[in-house]
Write a protein that binds this ligand. Structure first.
Ligand SMILES: CC(C)(COP(=O)(O)OP(=O)(O)OC[C@H]1O[C@@H](n2cnc3c(N)ncnc32)[C@H](O)[C@@H]1OP(=O)(O)O)[C@@H](O)C(=O)NCCC(=O)NCCS
Length: 157
């Protein structure tokens, strides 16, 4: 199967929304409006003419040292039938390549798929290293009251 990774287009927004919704147990929900507003931060994977995966990123400033902002991988999902064929890794590397020009200090992720990210060179870190994410994202979580007891694992590369 040939997999193509490309920047998302506005017409992908509904399919991205559906894929994120399908994986709502692992991913933070996003409205279609939020996806459209951030379409330039999404990549999609295509195979056999079908959109089979998506991923996005966001940038977390580091107070007091702006050059140390970290990039968080978000909204990463591959359709079940197309998993374990490399698309997830290709999406992460496409984001890594795109953001490398900004020279971020690190790529981070909060995830239920640590083995996948380990295979891409990420390693586990304490959540205290991603406090900005906790204050901007986790604080609005509707699943867990305390990010430090939430089972998601923080990782960086
Ligand atoms: C995580 C996810 C995106 C991986 O996508 P994928 O296309 O299957 O990933 P890849 O094929 O690139 O996998 C690369 C490597 O990661 C590891 N890996 C991937 N999925 C794994 C799993 N379920 N268990 C253990 N290792 C896994 C393997 O080492 C794999 O290499 P291999 O297949 O040669 O053994 C996909 O499983 C998914 O959509 N999960 C649901 C949503 C989710 O959890 N997203 C991550 C949120 S941050």
């Amino acid at each position: 199967m040939a997999t193509l990774i490309r920047p998302a287009r506005l017409k992908d927004a509904e399919k991205i929304f559906a894929l994120i919704h399908l994986n709502r147990d692992q991913l933070v929900p996003r409205s279609i409006g939020n996806i459209v507003e951030n379409i330039d931060r999404f990549f999609v994977a295509e195979a056999e003419g079908e959109m089979i995966g998506c991923a996005a990123y966001t940038i977390h400033p580091e107070l007091g040292d702006w050059s140390k902002a970290m990039v968080e991988i978000q909204s990463l999902a591959v359709k079940t039938a197309f998993r374990r064929q490399g698309a997830g890794g290709m999406l992460v590397e496409a984001i890594a390549r795109k953001v490398s020009v900004f020279e971020p200090m690190e790529l981070v992720v909060l995830t239920f798929a640590p083995d996948f990210f380990r295979s891409l060179g990420f390693r586990e870190i304490p959540k205290t290293e991603v406090m900005h994410k906790l204050y901007t994202g986790c604080i609005n979580c509707t699943k867990h009251t305390d990010p430090f007891t939430c089972p998601e694992i923080a990782m960086k590369r």
